[in-house]
Design a protein around this ligand. Structure first.
Ligand code: PEP
Ligand code: MN
Length: 474
């Protein structure tokens, strides 16, 4: 693509960037920057959709290249700063949301309950752990899923696998499973309206800490952790009243920072939503604030690693149980050559059984070579099992065992446990076994709704937060 056809990050239409930069007296993105953004094309990217109609795809991508950005470069930079604080132990990252968002679930109530759940967990962690929490939703763009098999067989019928609503539909028919490029545009539009609502919730007064009780409203009072939360909310209330009586100014409580994140899996989509920041001439992927590379696409010569190495957003890489010292060092070198704090987060997802061996080994081999990298725990993806009743699930106790192993490994190594990355929903689903409400194999049937991986429900999410707050004060 030619530099002159790239839109400015601030513009809503295609503009000639040479002219914009000349007018502003600013540096123009170099030819090399622009061509580098397309280097991934020659690297056989894994996990990409296969579209039948190239013209249909081209038309969608052309549209996506000119739509307004979902996030601003300055916001991404702010998140980099916040994550840098977490790498120093001065903040804690909480990233949570669906494994896969669906178009159908992007309604106001469900979005609100997910935001509420993250805010509640953050309140528990901030109050219990005495640390600022960097709030990130796996939301407003988490639509693409890597799959281990290209096809799925049901009762002798073989069809393409479901790859997330941005690619195809879950329904098991040939038409629904077709890879449809128009879904890229739909994903952008739904991300946009989701983010609009999130911005309204988090800046319009709803996230004000003085409403800490209200965030519990609408959830089931019969859930065990609901009451524990109510009690903590009363303590926060008392503390706030005390501070108000002392004359504290609460204006800063009215809004909270809330960032969006998703796996940057579909490179055509991410590339089309990459813009040159008019302040600096640097490229940013404006589809979300934080982007990560999944366990299946993090090979050193991978197209995904190459593409994300060239955008300036804060980024993450998942590290599974087989990640080696060499992998970690090479990924850090490639993705964060300037060793910029906050730029790179390693999201470990080793499984409860392996973390107590795998993570200490990795941390001791790395020693003090990567002090600028932030370490976050994904306790979900290494703990996926199939229940006796046939559901893809996880045991809450395994999830918590991995979290405990993560904290222990970092405390023992003298490194910083910087945050959590989890799959949750604000709904009262029954997808993960155990927790205070003791969901069992049979109980999974009651409300199993996820299209891909099992999510903590509202109560299990709160329970995790209370437990993690204790680890934070260890
Ligand atoms: C995910 O986060 O939903 C995911 C697929 O994770 P991983 O790449 O770690 O398997
Ligand atoms: Mn998942």
């Amino acid at each position: 693509m030619e530099a002159s056809s790239l839109p400015s990050i601030e513009g809503t239409q295609t503009v000639n960037i040479s002219r914009v930069y000349q007018a502003a007296g600013q540096a123009e993105a170099s030819e090399e920057t622009i061509t580098g953004l397309d280097a991934w094309r020659s690297m056989s990217p894994r996990q990409q959709p296969t579209y039948e109609d190239a013209d249909e795809l081209a038309a969608v991508l052309e549209r996506l290249r000119s739509v307004p950005p979902l996030i601003f470069a300055g916001e991404a930079d702010k998140l980099t700063e916040r994550i840098a604080a977490a790498s120093r132990g001065e903040a804690f990252v909480l990233a949570g949301g669906d494994c896969a968002e669906s178009f159908a679930d992007a309604d106001a109530d469900r979005i609100r309950r997910r935001v509420q759940t993250v805010l509640q967990m953050a309140a528990v962690l901030t109050y219990g752990g005495s640390l600022p929490v960097v709030k990130i939703g796996r939301m407003a763009g988490q639509f693409a899923k890597p799959r281990s098999s290209d096809t799925e067989v049901r009762e002798g019928v073989e069809l393409p696998s479901y790859r997330g609503d941005i690619v195809n539909s879950y329904e098991f028919t040939p038409e629904a499973r077709r890879h449809d490029p128009n879904r890229l545009l739909e994903a952008y539009n739904i991300s946009s309206s989701t983010l609009n609502l999130i911005r309204a919730f988090t800046t319009g007064g709803f996230a004000d800490l003085r409403l800490v009780h209200d965030w519990n409203r609408g959830f089931l009072g019969s859930n065990p952790n609901y009451h524990r939360y109510e009690q903590m909310a009363r303590e926060i209330d008392r503390a706030l009243k005390f501070m108000a009586a002392c004359g504290a100014d609460f204006d800063s409580l009215k809004s909270v920072e809330f960032f969006s994140a998703h796996e940057a899996l579909l490179l055509e989509y991410e590339r089309a939503l990459t813009r040159i920041d008019s302040r600096t001439g640097d490229p940013y992927d404006v589809s979300g604030h934080f982007l990560w590379i999944g366990e299946r696409t993090r090979q050193l010569d991978s197209a995904h690693v190459d593409f994300l190495s060239r955008v300036r957003n804060p980024i993450g890489v998942k590290l599974g149980p087989n990640a080696t010292y060499d992998d970690a060092m090479a990924l850090a070198e490639k993705l964060d050559p300037e060793a910029e704090p906050g730029r790179l987060t390693f999201i470990t997802r080793m499984g409860a059984e392996k973390i107590r061996e795998g993570l200490p080994r990795l941390l001791s081999q790395i020693g003090d070579q990567l002090p600028h990298v932030t370490w976050v725990c994904d306790p979900m993806h290494g703990n996926t099992i199939t229940s006796n009743t046939g559901y893809k699930t996880r045991r809450f106790e395994d999830v918590m065992a991995e979290v405990a192993g993560f904290f222990d490994a970092h405390y023992d190594a003298g490194t910083i446990p910087g945050g959590l990355h989890i799959e949750l929903t604000g709904d009262d689903v029954t997808e993960v076994l155990g927790g205070a409400s003791e969901i069992d194999d049979e109980g999974l049937r009651r409300r199993y709704e996820t299209l891909v991986d099992p999510r903590l429900n509202h109560d299990q999410s709160l329970e995790m937060a209370f437990q993690v707050a204790e680890y934070l004060t260890k």
